[in-house]
Unconditional design. Structure first.
Length: 195
């Protein structure tokens, strides 16, 4: 009998496979992004149908040694009801899911990124936030996610003559007379968002 494994995972995406089955893409705490087969999950009486919804945080049990293990059990840990009821927050979620689907390799653990996703969704789910706060939460997620994927930027100390040069990055206007002037307020905001 094949060994069972249990993962804490966000449901990112589902694809139909045949008449009743689905391939589910999960972003797990232990293995990063993986795919698994949910047999008969499209059937109305399926116990998996409710739990395997995009955005849900679930405890998922899989079995099988193949590249596409079979989901045998899923229990919802958080369904993020506040986020799901707000169209702007749902937009943020789909942006998050798209980044996770396209920027993370299969089977590569990234605990920091998993925690960043959890932190962002828990924050948004805590209360109905105004649109300006939702936009800042989205920006914070993107900056932190890029850092955890190795695409972060070094944010310099506050300087009165800071410029951004596409060839040199952030530097003083004395080092690079050509560049976009960066205000100290913007540097302060970026430092606080990335934390």
């Amino acid at each position: 009998m094949s060994r069972e494994k249990k993962y804490t995972a966000f449901i990112l995406k589902k694809q139909a496979f045949g008449e009743a089955d689905e391939i589910v893409t999960l972003f797990t705490e232990d293995l990063g992004k993986i795919r698994a087969m949910a047999k008969s999950s499209k059937i109305a009486k399926s116990k998996l149908q409710h739990a395997l919804q995009p955005m849900f945080l679930c405890a998922v049990t899989v079995a099988g040694q193949s590249q596409l293990p079979k989901i045998i059990h899923a229990e919802v840990l958080n369904h993020f009801a506040v986020v799901r009821s707000n169209s702007k927050m749902v937009e943020v979620w789909f942006g998050m899911a798209e980044l996770l689907l396209k920027a993370t390799p299969d089977g590569q653990k990234n605990l920091a990124l998993f925690q960043i996703v959890t932190e962002c969704l828990n924050f948004l789910n805590s209360d109905n936030q105004p649109e300006s706060v939702i936009a800042l939460a989205d920006l914070k997620f993107k900056l932190k996610a890029c850092q955890s994927l190795g695409f972060g930027m070094q944010i310099p100390e506050l300087s009165k003559d800071l410029v951004f040069n596409p060839d040199r990055g952030f530097c003083s206007s004395q080092e690079s007379p050509i560049g976009i002037v960066v205000s100290p307020e913007l540097v302060f905001l970026a430092k606080n968002l990335v934390g």
